[in-house]
Design a protein around this ligand. Sequence first.
Ligand code: ADP
Ligand code: MG
Length: 201
Amino acid sequence: MNVIIKQQLIESVAKKLIEHADELTALDQAVGDGDHGLNMKRGFEAILADCEAHAAKPFPDMFKGIGTQLVMKVGGASGPLYGTLFMAFAKEVTDPPTLDGACKALGAAIEAVKARGKSEPGQKTMLDVLVPVHAEWSSGGADLGKRLLDSAKSASESTIPMKAIRGRASFLGDRSIGHMDPGARSSQLMIEAIIQVLGES
Ligand code: ADP
Ligand code: MG
């Protein structure tokens, strides 16, 4: 895959999460310990600093390297979980990637996150965005980028009425209801940033 596109993907995702750090912090203040914004900012600043080195690698190695940095730098629950997502994606994806192959790789990566987090969709986590977006992608058809954007947005919003069953927010029980899950929002932001580079069609 073209080095320029890989650089654009990394920069787009990293800058998006850095820009939204305060919002992610506020979401995590409502249902957690308020560190999700800073956790993601720290991780993606490190990734941005190594952007050229990451982009110079073959596609799977790029994801493996980014996943490793997420585990080391993000911390919290989300660091190992996002790290698992990226590293498991790296194991399946090809260089150059195909649309179908990347979709299957995301499916495998989601299964790895479920196993690592002992979690399922419906528990108010990042999986509540990743799983429906993957399902939409799997269904194929026209206007895929636009549909994935819409799916990610409604999926993150769908976490508002959910009661948290996993992660720190689960300590709040019913009081977790009425707030968007911070990890669902950060997953939505990643998807938006990727589609901004690859286009909506
Ligand atoms: P911590 O909860 O350790 O402070 P963060 O605040 O960085 O870590 O991340 C919290 C996010 O991680 C949650 O909003 C949720 O989306 C995600 N998360 C937490 N536990 C799990 C889990 N078991 N499975 C999937 N996602 C999880
Ligand atoms: Mg937190």
